[in-house]
Design a protein around this ligand. Structure first.
Ligand code: ADP
Length: 553
């Protein structure tokens, strides 16, 4: 084959190559382009004149800084091939490929193989650059790399999430642990609380039972009320005194028992006391099973728990009726005593005034009457004062008994004579007239005089007043009977009380209500007894006993 044929064959091969191929002169740094195949021309969008015999780095200028770096590698590769006289495979390079007019350039990747072409002297004359477009592979690789990176990123994110999740999990576990510990503690506390409540309820029930037992043993009426004022308990005495059943007590309770005149006052006072949260007391009348209202002292007191809070109120009602009656009697006594003293003194005053008028006529027949009247008045005042003194002496235990032995009937005769002379009733002395006693004659005289005077005073219509002396075992019993109006049964127990008068409202019969009291005290001091048998409309027998002296001659 000749050279022409060879050249034609080479050109054909050169041009048929599917990859762009260029041949450059080995004259660094120009590396002038001497030949390019058709594909090269086609890809470059230039014509051959614009390419051939031009320094290669003038045909293609770096697009930007990044492609300048690629051109630098290409130049170094060319120089290396000249120097080494060996084929150089450049790493994949990326260029901004020039575009057709009006079209944007696109990025492409190329693998360039630089092969030195030697001259006959063995020197590198040309360099042949076979370029292979690896854009597709590169893009696939890039995508794979990107997806790997993404995967990596995702993995990292996942890792972070996982770690966070693990931390959260850990936190959650410890929170759950704490929670279960707290729950355990809570249930333990709950149990303790329940136990305490049970114990407290039991203690409360026991203490409630205890105080209810105590309240039931009280002789007074007692009850408890809630903070709202409802009665929660009545003691035994309440039911005994009022006769109400449990149901009746719950239903109307107090309203049935309190005197209508005291009801409003007591409700108001009770409310006032409760409002002060302090103990208080007031008085009212309460009706018993006998239908009689008796004065009671009401005391109410708050009951507090260990924290000082009021849990309920406790109340008691104490019967003060006898004290009230005594107070009333005392009040009556003072007004009666004044009246009793005033009457003889007024009469004395009148007698003295009259005597003053007739003083110049001593022979006036008025004078003896006036003197007698004055004496009587003075006597009356002395008796009253004597009674009062006796009461105070007796109370203070100052009465001394001067005992002597005497015949009872003689004493009765002696003290009845003056009364018999003055009064209109007939006085009889009956019985065992020889009986003797050892007693204070003066004091027994006082007792008999009082009994006979009472018969005169309170049984004025009675024709006879009978005194009787009897032997009653080892005692001498002296009785004074009349056929007067008598004393009603309910009054009898009080007759010997201090200041007691059956008809305390009127003054139709004078007296301080002391005579029988003094008499009873004197008899008691002698070791005897005093009493009365009386019936309304039938008369009364007042009696006393004294120890008998048996062996007398
Ligand atoms: P006074 O000094 O007021 O007479 P007493 O203590 O002697 O007081 O008597 C007390 C009360 O007993 C009198 O108020 C009277 O009502 C009553 N009383 C005493 N004796 C008789 C009697 N013989 N008949 C009826 N009532 C009597």
């Amino acid at each position: 084959m000749n050279d022409v044929v060879n050249a034609q064959m080479f050109e054909a091969l050169f041009n048929q190559s599917p990859s762009p191929v260029s041949v450059v002169r080995a004259d660094a740094p120009a590396f002038t382009i001497v030949a390019v195949n058709d594909v090269y021309v086609k890809r470059s969008y230039l014509n051959k004149d614009q390419i051939l015999n031009k320094p290669s780095f003038e045909v293609y200028k770096p697009w930007d800084e990044a492609s300048a770096e690629q051109f630098k590698l290409l130049r170094e590769g060319l120089m290396q091939a000249v120097y080494d006289k060996q084929q150089i495979n450049l790493p994949t390079l990326s260029f901004e490929a020039p575009a057709k007019d009006g079209e944007a350039g696109s990025r492409s990747w190329w693998q360039i193989q630089i092969s030195p072409v030697l001259d006959t002297a063995g020197e590198v004359e040309y360099l042949m650059c076979v370029t292979r477009n690896v854009t597709e592979q590169e893009q696939v690789r890039k995508q794979a790399e990107e997806s790997r990176e993404k995967e990596q990123e995702l993995n990292e994110e996942l890792q972070v999430i996982n770690e966070e999740l693990a931390a959260t999990n850990e936190e959650l576990t410890s929170t759950i642990e704490e929670l279960s510990y707290s729950q355990e503690r809570l249930s333990r506390l709950n149990n303790e609380l329940e136990e305490r409540i049970t114990a407290r309820t039991a203690a409360l029930t026991a203490s409630e039972r205890r105080y209810k037992t105590i309240l039931n043993t009280l002789p007074q009426i007692a009850w408890t009320t809630t903070l709202q004022g409802d009665v929660s308990f009545f003691n035994q005495r309440w039911y005994e005194y009022t006769g109400l059943s449990v149901e009746q007590s719950k239903a109307t309770g107090w309203e049935d028992v309190i005197h209508p005149d005291d009801l409003e006052y007591s409700v108001r006072t009770y409310r006032d006391i409760v409002a002060t949260k302090r103990p208080g007391e007031y008085e009212l009348r309460e009706k018993g099973t006998d239908g009689i209202y008796r004065w009671h002292l009401i005391r109410v007191q708050p009951i507090r728990n260990e924290f000082g809070d009021i849990e309920h109120w406790i109340g008691t009602a104490t019967d003060i009726d006898s004290i009230k009656q005594l107070q009333q009697q005392k009040d009556d006594f003072i007004s009666i005593a004044s009246h009793e003293l005033k009457t003889p003194i007024t009469s004395l005053k009148a007698s003295l005034q009259l005597m003053d008028k007739v003083k110049d006529n001593p022979t006036s027949d008025m004078m003896p009457r006036l003197i007698l009247q004055s004496r009587k008045s003075i006597q009356r005042v002395s008796v009253l004062i004597e009674d009062l003194l006796n009461v105070s002496r007796l109370q203070q235990g100052e009465v001394q008994l001067n005992k002597s032995t005497f015949i009872v009937s003689q004493l009765l005769n002696a003290c009845c004579n003056p009364i018999a002379i003055m009064g209109k009733q007939k006085i009889k002395i009956d019985g065992e007239v020889e009986l003797q006693v050892c007693a204070d004659e003066h004091r027994i005289d006082q007792v008999v005089t009082n009994l006979v005077n009472n018969a005169v005073k309170y049984a004025p219509e009675s024709e006879f007043i009978t005194l009787c002396i009897e032997k009653d075992f080892d005692m001498v019993k002296v009785s004074v009977s009349d056929n007067g109006p008598g004393v009603s049964e309910d009054k009898i127990p009080h007759l010997f009380d201090r200041y007691y008068r059956v008809d305390s409202s009127g003054y139709h019969a004078s007296g301080l209500g002391l005579g029988l009291y003094i008499s009873a005290e004197i008899i008691k001091r002698h070791g005897g007894e005093i009493g009365v048998d009386s019936k309304i409309g039938k008369g009364s027998t007042f009696w006393f006993t004294l120890p008998l002296i048996e062996d007398y001659d």
